[in-house]
Design a protein around this ligand. Structure first.
Ligand SMILES: Cc1cc2nc3c(=O)[nH]c(=O)nc-3n(C[C@H](O)[C@H](O)[C@H](O)COP(=O)(O)OP(=O)(O)OC[C@H]3O[C@@H](n4cnc5c(N)ncnc54)[C@H](O)[C@@H]3O)c2cc1C
Length: 503
């Protein structure tokens, strides 16, 4: 018995983080939830529950919202707290002890993970390949004295299945097609907590344990207030040292409940038009789910499974001669295939890059041809704006200004306009390196789905990653794919969008 004796379904998703011993005297298994913020389709939770069962101890779940990272602000904290409230209810319904913890000056000294790990058999956490969770796991695994494992519940494929960076969507799609049927075996269960279980920690034990903690569990009443996007939320959050200049987005409520409702609406009303209307600016046929994926409030596995079930998909009907092609391999309806290509190939291409390359969010990671052409045009004359002008949507381009206002106000930009948004920043920044920095700064600060592997896929796609050289060669862009606002105006009925984000 031990951390290695795990359900073979999950083993390829489990990574050992340190060589510390399993504590056979431990009183519980601790799941430190930092990115898969959900109960359903959560491989980390399933693994932690299995370890607790094997060691005949209860399971303790600690969901942590850290506020000491570069882009911590009201917008993302509110969204995560809303999800945390859903989790409090769900875990209670499943008889699992759940400790919500938001890092605040009132919540006591940091290091609750250290405290809780002392009495734990082992610590299980989430394996997220970028930004703060990546650093937090690295740091924690070195500083705690318990066996720690990180479990990858990011996507339909275990990240460990790739042994290299895929530089093109086409090559990664071939990998997806080659191994998709096999990867079904690695999917966590819809509900990883068995109906009748003994993972609950009894009140008496819990009271005794919590009376020794030096930190205060975040009070429910504060969480409830902080989850409100209005003034009560503002007041509650004012006690935390985060950026208060980026407000919550009232129309985007975090948590599984919202995500499930949005998924239902998307499947019923928009999926069938996805192939044709995904880029439509006014009423795009998209899911709008990327913020909920980013915070782990819903799994893409759940979405893919629902879609395959709806289409009556059968692996026997795969068109093997279409391997690597954008359409045809699944033998499903065109729009369904188009959506699966985005949510699997394009999304997991970003995770593949982040997993294999610590440079994935750096300019240096661009392909050689892109860096060369950008360098050759670095001194081309250009209209220049400052970061402040750009942030304040103070440019001569109405479409661009509207997109930037959407980002600042709604925490998202429509996908097609997001590409245009990036291309114009490349055009207006003093250098391509500064353009990359500005895109990261703005996207990670304002976008609800920012700070994600796909933030960097998108931003570096603007600069040539996962793309090819295009002609004719142009000023500033060189051989990098060009996009113009004039063309966007011709392609789409942009007036309602401009009206909505006028100022
Ligand atoms: C400059 C720039 C920045 C971007 N920043 C982010 C970001 O911070 N976070 C983020 O998740 N995506 C980012 N993207 C990719 C893409 O714009 C969003 O994933 C998509 O618009 C999300 O909307 P949706 O959930 O309605 O997508 P849908 O069309 O409903 O697709 C479902 C899911 O598939 C994935 N997906 C769809 N399109 C892409 C794509 N082009 N690349 C990678 N995955 C995709 C996403 O997970 C998405 O939620 C960026 C793109 C660009 C050009």
């Amino acid at each position: 018995m031990g951390w290695r004796s795990v359900n073979p379904r999950l083993i390829d998703r489990v990574r050992s983080c340190n060589e510390q011993p399993v504590n056979l005297e431990g009183k519980y298994v601790l799941y430190w939830m930092i990115s898969n913020r959900r109960l359903n389709y959560n491989a980390s939770l399933e693994y932690a529950a299995e370890m607790a069962k094997q060691h005949e101890v209860p399971l303790l779940v600690l969901e942590e919202i850290s506020t000491s990272h570069r882009f911590a602000n009201d917008r993302i904290c509110t969204f995560m707290i809303q999800g945390m409230l859903d989790n409090i209810r769900t875990f209670r319904e499943h008889n699992i002890r759940f400790i919500p913890w938001v890092e605040t000056p009132l919540s006591g000294p940091s290091g609750k993970l250290h405290e809780l790990s002392q009495d734990a058999v082992m610590v299980v956490t989430d394996d997220f390949p970028t930004y703060f969770p990546l650093k937090a796991v690295k740091y924690a695994s070195k500083s705690i004295h318990r066996r720690m494992v990180a479990v990858d519940s990011n996507g339909v494929f275990p990240m460990s299945w790739t042994d290299r960076i895929y530089t093109t969507a086409h090559s990664f799609r071939r990998f997806v097609h080659q191994r998709f049927v096999e990867c079904l075996e690695t999917w966590p269960r819809a509900n990883p907590i068995p109906k009748h279980h003994s993972l609950w920690m009894e009140d008496e034990d819990y009271l005794q344990l919590s009376s020794q903690w030096k930190f205060n569990v975040t009070p429910f009443e504060w969480l409830w207030r902080a989850s409100e996007p209005g003034s009560s939320g503002r007041n509650a959050l004012s006690t935390i040292d985060i950026d208060h200049s980026v407000p919550p987005v009232p129309r985007a409520r975090g948590g599984r409940d919202t995500a499930v409702r949005m998924l239902r609406e998307f499947l019923a009303n928009r999926l069938y038009r996805y192939a044709d209307d995904r880029n439509e600016v006014t009423k795009p046929a998209t899911s709008g789910l990327s913020p909920w994926f980013h915070f782990g409030h819903i799994s893409t596995i759940e979405v893919v499974q629902r879609i395959l079930d709806m289409g009556g998909w059968d692996p026997e009907t795969i068109q093997m001669d279409r391997k690597g092609a954008r359409e045809g391999w699944w033998n499903l309806e065109r729009s369904t295939e188009s959506f699966l290509d985005q949510i699997i190939t394009w999304r997991e291409l970003g995770f593949n890059n982040a997993f294999h390359s610590p440079e994935h969010n750096k300019y240096e990671s661009l392909p050689g041809w892109a860096k060369t052409t950008l360098m050759e045009h670095a001194s081309d004359e250009r209209v220049q704006y400052t970061l402040t002008q750009i942030e304040q949507a103070d440019t001569h381009d109405d479409i661009w200004n509207a997109a930037q206002r959407q980002l600042v106000r709604d925490g998202i930009i429509h996908n097609y306009l997001r590409m245009l948004w990036g291309k114009r920043i490349l055009e207006w920044a003093p250098t391509p390196q500064i353009a990359a920095d500005w895109m990261i700064e703005l996207n990670d600060r304002y976008a609800l789905d920012g700070r994600d592997p796909n933030s960097y896929t998108g931003i570096f796609w603007v600069l040539g990653r996962h793309d090819r050289a295009w002609g004719p060669e142009r000023a500033i862009f060189g051989k990098i794919r060009y996009m113009s606002s004039a063309n966007t105006q011709r392609k789409f009925n942009i007036k309602p969008y401009l009206q909505e984000y006028k100022n």
